[in-house]
Design a protein around this ligand. Structure first.
Ligand SMILES: *Cc1c(COP(=O)(O)O)cnc(C)c1O
Length: 309
């Protein structure tokens, strides 16, 4: 994959703010799920699979990208989706456009529905490949180890080094990859995941466990523990909902930096980053925000009219 752009955005509370534009990955409106999906599809094509089963809500960026890739490769795409988060969105409209077969069930029966679906497909003679929700797992982690490598390459090329890195942490895979990359490089900077839904200690435990599972002994438990910062002060009402402070952040980022954010992920992360920098009195640093994508969600918010002045 081509390296994504690192853009100097301007100043933030007396610091220099840069953004790594994962949202500009040229696949299905980009984002971290596009980076992960590339590795999953490499795995799919190395095997003899003919369809994909995955999981996600109607606003899932992951499901949009997976269904687009399936359509590009002429493979069936089966999405199991929780009925509790099934409102109409641009991502859902895109999934339909890509021909995904969507099964909506109560969140409690998602697990069993996936099992049944995989069994039924195999019984009909298909060879389904299962991708965990959000692209969670070692392949997803690997994608963000590679992203960390890109950041280090850029630093060596430009001579500009980042003191800290901020981004939206959901299932923890992006977070795990960045920290695993840092541990492999032996860097000491602070990497801060802003949780968009999960609370501590569970959310952080998942990140730590994902790093352990990926590194398999290449870093000590103490080193992993010290490297994982998971802030849960900005989750709001979790995955689906947003609030007025996040909406204001989104509007300001678009108006003053020309940077589209969304209410579920990047808006919360950007607000969490700004508040953390303020609260910790951080000045004169080079700060990197990783824009993890979600462009269609920006337009959902815009259409609802809740980010205009
Ligand atoms: C999925 C997603 C995240 C969270 O990534 P994880 O690897 O699940 O932690 C952040 N931002 C956007 C836009 C996403 O779609």
């Amino acid at each position: 994959m081509q390296h994504t752009l690192i853009q100097k955005l301007g100043t933030l509370e007396g610091n220099r703010l840069f953004v790594k534009r994962e949202d500009l990955i040229p696949l299905s409106f980009g984002g971290n799920k596009a980076r992960k999906a590339e590795l999953f599809f490499r795995d799919i094509q190395a095997g003899s699979f003919d369809c994909v089963v995955t999981y996600g809500s109607s606003s899932s960026n992951h499901c949009r990208i997976i269904s687009n890739l399936c359509a590009m490769h002429g493979m069936g795409c089966y999405i199991v989706s929780p009925q509790e988060a099934s409102g109409e969105t641009f991502n859902r409209a895109l999934m339909r456009m890509f021909g995904a077969k969507i099964t909506t069930v109560p969140v409690d029966s998602v697990h069993d529905t996936i099992e049944d679906l995989l069994q039924a497909l195999k019984a009909e003679g298909y060879a389904p490949y299962f991708i965990p929700g959000g692209g969670h797992g070692n392949l997803g982690t690997e994608a963000y180890v590679q992203c960390y490598d890109e950041i280090c390459d850029w630093e060596k090329e430009t001579g500009t080094f980042f003191d800290s890195i901020y981004f939206a942490s959901g299932t923890g895979t992006t977070h795990a990859g960045l920290v695993a990359g840092q541990l492999l490089h032996g860097d000491v900077r602070r990497i801060t995941g802003i949780s968009i839904a999960r609370k501590n200690p569970y959310g952080r435990d998942v990140v730590v466990e994902s790093i352990r599972s990926y590194l398999m002994g290449r870093a000590s438990d103490e080193a992993i523990d010290q490297a994982v910062e998971f802030l849960d002060d900005y989750v709001g009402d979790g995955y689906a909902k947003d609030n007025s402070a996040v909406r204001e952040t989104i509007r300001d980022a678009m108006v003053y930096y020309s940077l589209p954010l969304d209410p579920t992920y990047t808006g919360k992360a950007f607000m969490g980053m700004r508040n953390t920098i303020r609260n910790r009195n951080i000045h004169n640093q080079n700060i990197l925000f990783i824009h993890t994508g979600g462009t269609p969600l920006f337009f959902d918010a815009l259409r609802k009219g809740d980010i205009s002045r």
